[in-house]
Design a protein around this ligand. Structure first.
Ligand SMILES: *[C@@H]1O[C@H](CO)[C@@H](O)[C@H](O)[C@H]1NC(C)=O
Ligand SMILES: *[C@@H]1O[C@H](CO)[C@@H](O)[C@H](O)[C@H]1NC(C)=O
Ligand SMILES: *[C@@H]1O[C@H](CO)[C@@H](O)[C@H](O)[C@H]1NC(C)=O
Ligand SMILES: *[C@@H]1O[C@H](CO)[C@@H](O)[C@H](O)[C@H]1NC(C)=O
Ligand SMILES: *[C@@H]1O[C@H](CO)[C@@H](O)[C@H](O)[C@H]1NC(C)=O
Ligand SMILES: *[C@@H]1O[C@H](CO)[C@@H](O)[C@H](O)[C@H]1NC(C)=O
Ligand SMILES: *[C@@H]1O[C@H](CO)[C@@H](O)[C@H](O)[C@H]1NC(C)=O
Ligand SMILES: *[C@@H]1O[C@H](CO)[C@@H](O)[C@H](O)[C@H]1NC(C)=O
Ligand SMILES: *[C@@H]1O[C@H](CO)[C@@H](O)[C@H](O)[C@H]1NC(C)=O
Ligand SMILES: *[C@@H]1O[C@H](CO)[C@@H](O)[C@H](O)[C@H]1NC(C)=O
Length: 558
């Protein structure tokens, strides 16, 4: 069914983009790597897990070789790294390979609404350093919650919503019914964040409490009829003002100043509706609902157009470096998402994949490896930047359902980050119409898992694809690494008990070695500095609780 839709969309796109500077076929840069022989020696019947050497492998095939050297492919299941779970799967005298894959799991949901109220939340500001969360509603009510994480307590997360709110309406002379309202925080202003609404800007002192918030008016922000999105990077603040275009501000020496406006005239259009934007490094990307995506460079506080991606009926976009995800709608209202690689130097772009699914896209958030796509009642996690033609279906998509309309979904800055050899765990916080949520996001590294009876020996060939070769540092979007590795299994006969204990310890030690404390500073979404610790055991227990629905991934290249 989707194939027909994709076909229609593909032909629609071809008709509409013939005259643009899109690249139809981009050459790939394919490298073949032969990894060192991997040898497993067992004397226990436990499942054994080994990391594959390239951490970005997205596709693994394992082939069993018989005596004549013929290869038989083993079906890749979708498994967790939990040994018990593996036993249930009856991994018997065999190995399976798992690519790098994510799991997303909601671990907490807190009701925000008093049933009598019809509040619509618009934004969330989480300040984990201060255990504090501020919330904004479309009636300019400010609310506060406290967030606590305690790794040693049973229910690790605790959220308490304070039952009082503060009305920011009183700060404005005019009557305010409904407004969009967002938070905007500058990295080098630790004390305050801006609250932006259609009526202007107010600084909120992050150290103050909702009972007595410290608020100051910001005169530089002009009121606007539309306020669709705000984004901050370094000292710049960009605001998508719908028909009025985009306003760019600069924050320097604790002072906000107005820099410039991008209007319909700058885009050579008679009317525009800027629905989204993203500011990162010196690149400003803005999305006009009717005419597509415009990418500007910010040079000396001026903007200069770098690239235009003309698409009609746009819905949402996000990007990570040169990989863009853009959602648009066909004239007969089918939504589709394109993964686009842009080549800023030659000012060209290439459509890598198209997704069609039967849900309404609303918002996209891109991470280094994954894109989280928020739909009306479903969200997806997609692996991005994988060059077309290399992607097997069903390996890169996590789909979860959401009961309550999701408004925000953001990376949660934690003092602690959890990292093991096998999985990196991070947390996300989100806001829906009526509740606050915490998700656990587990990013599993590629592994091979084997379990054998005594007295077996078996050879395997592992073939894997990765979007990056180990020793290539510059990331080319068109680069692919095809990895081949041979695997020799020797499961010795029943041993003396001491021997098998030794081996059990051997496995535990290899796991234990990984349980060292790593302090890693990572900067995600331009503002996080987080400390990394790790917790392998707990995660293995929690694995069992996951209910992840895998969905078929639809992809097609043009
Ligand atoms: C890797 O890419 C090649 C070339 O496109 C493809 O034939 C193969 O199925 C992919 N997957 C694996 C696991 O090799
Ligand atoms: C496995 O490979 C090794 C050498 O790599 C070879 O000596 C052995 O005979 C092979 N075993 C089987 C069962 O194919
Ligand atoms: C995070 O670290 C800051 C300072 O480093 C500390 O004040 C705060 O209590 C910590 N928060 C948590 C939740 O551990
Ligand atoms: C964390 O939880 C443990 C066990 O419930 C408790 O003893 C400890 O005081 C808690 N720590 C904090 C900082 O709340
Ligand atoms: C908040 O809760 C306290 C008790 O938990 C109650 O006494 C107070 O009236 C509540 N305040 C509001 C504004 O509802
Ligand atoms: C707010 O609502 C009132 C009545 O509900 C209406 O008279 C007024 O014009 C509205 N104000 C704005 C700014 O929309
Ligand atoms: C608008 O037209 C001018 C002159 O043709 C051109 O230089 C500029 O790049 C155009 N801007 C956009 C956004 O297409
Ligand atoms: C990649 O390029 C090589 C040679 O340039 C070609 O043989 C191969 O088919 C290409 N693979 C894909 C998936 O386009
Ligand atoms: C993968 O896609 C092919 C066609 O592209 C389809 O025939 C096959 O059923 C799909 N497999 C899975 C597991 O989705
Ligand atoms: C990567 O480089 C290291 C050191 O330069 C080398 O030991 C290793 O074999 C290389 N790996 C691959 C896959 O080429």
């Amino acid at each position: 069914m989707y194939l027909i839709q994709i076909g229609l969309i593909a032909s629609f796109l071809i008709v509409n983009t013939l005259q643009t500077n899109r690249i139809r076929n981009h050459p790939n840069y394919t490298y073949s790597i032969n990894e060192e022989l991997l040898t497993f020696k067992f004397a226990t019947q436990e499942a054994h897990v080994r990391l594959l050497s390239n951490p970005t492998i997205y596709d693994v095939d394992v082939f069993r070789s018989d005596k004549d050297g013929l290869l038989e492919q083993i079906e890749t299941p979708f498994l967790s790294l939990d040994n018990q779970y593996l036993d249930e799967q009856q991994l018997d005298n065999d190995c399976v390979g798992l690519p790098k894959h994510p799991k997303l799991n909601e671990i907490l949901s807190v009701n925000l609404l008093d049933n009598t109220l019809d509040i619509y939340y618009t934004d969330i500001l989480s300040l984990p350093q201060f255990d504090k969360i501020f919330l904004l509603t479309d009636e300019l009510e400010l609310r506060q919650a406290t967030l606590q994480y305690n790794s040693s307590s049973q229910s690790q997360w605790k959220v308490e919503v304070k039952n009082i709110s503060y009305s920011l309406k009183n700060l404005y002379p005019q009557e305010i019914n409904y407004t969009n309202a967002y938070f905007a925080c500058f990295n080098d202003y630790q004390d305050k964040c801006l609250i932006l609404s259609n009526y202007g800007g107010i600084w909120l002192d992050k150290n103050s409490e909702i009972e007595q918030p410290i608020l100051t008016f910001e005169p530089v922000i002009s009121p606007n009829k539309d306020l669709n999105k705000v984004n901050v990077f370094d000292q710049y603040l960009a605001i998508a003002n719908g028909n009025a275009g985009v306003d760019l501000y600069q924050f320097q020496n604790n002072q906000l100043s107005y820099l410039l406006k991008i209007t319909s005239k700058d885009l050579n259009q008679t009317s525009i509706n800027i629905i989204s934007l993203k500011l990162i490094k010196n690149r400003l990307s803005i999305l006009d609902e009717h005419t597509g995506l415009y990418i500007f460079d910010i040079i000396n506080n001026q903007v200069s157009l770098s690239l235009t991606l003309p698409y009609q009926r746009c819905v949402a976009f996000d990007h990570s470096e040169d990989t863009y995800l853009l959602v648009a709608e066909t004239p007969n209202n089918i939504e589709y998402m394109m993964e686009i690689f842009i080549l800023p130097i030659s000012k060209e772009y290439y459509i890598n994949r198209i997704y069609v699914d039967d849900f309404s896209f609303r918002e996209i958030q891109i991470d280094d490896d994954y894109a989280i796509i928020i739909g009306e009642d479903v969200h997806l996690v997609v692996r991005h930047s994988i060059f077309n033609g290399f992607m097997k279906n069903n390996t890169d998509l996590v789909k979860t359902f959401f009961e309550d309309e999701l408004i925000r979904f953001e990376y949660l800055e934690m003092n602690q980050t959890f990292l093991t050899q096998f999985v990196e765990t991070s947390y996300y916080i989100g806001l829906s119409k009526g509740s606050l949520h915490i998700w656990k996001f587990d990013d599993y590294n590629p592994v091979i898992i084997c379990r054998f009876q005594y007295g077996t020996s078996q050879n395997y060939t592992i073939r894997a694809n990765s979007s990056k070769c180990e020793n290539h540092t510059n990331r080319d979007l068109f680069e692919q690494c095809q990895i081949t590795q041979y695997l020799v299994i020797q499961a010795s006969g029943p041993l003396l008990e001491s021997d098998s204990n030794y081996l059990i310890i051997g496995v535990s030690v290899s796991v234990a070695i990984v349980i060292f404390i790593i302090i890693v500073f990572l900067c995600r979404r331009g503002r996080a500095l987080a400390k990394k610790i790790q917790e392998l055991k707990k995660q293995a227990e929690e694995l069992k609780k996951y209910k992840v629905l895998e969905a078929e991934q639809q992809s097609v290249g043009l």
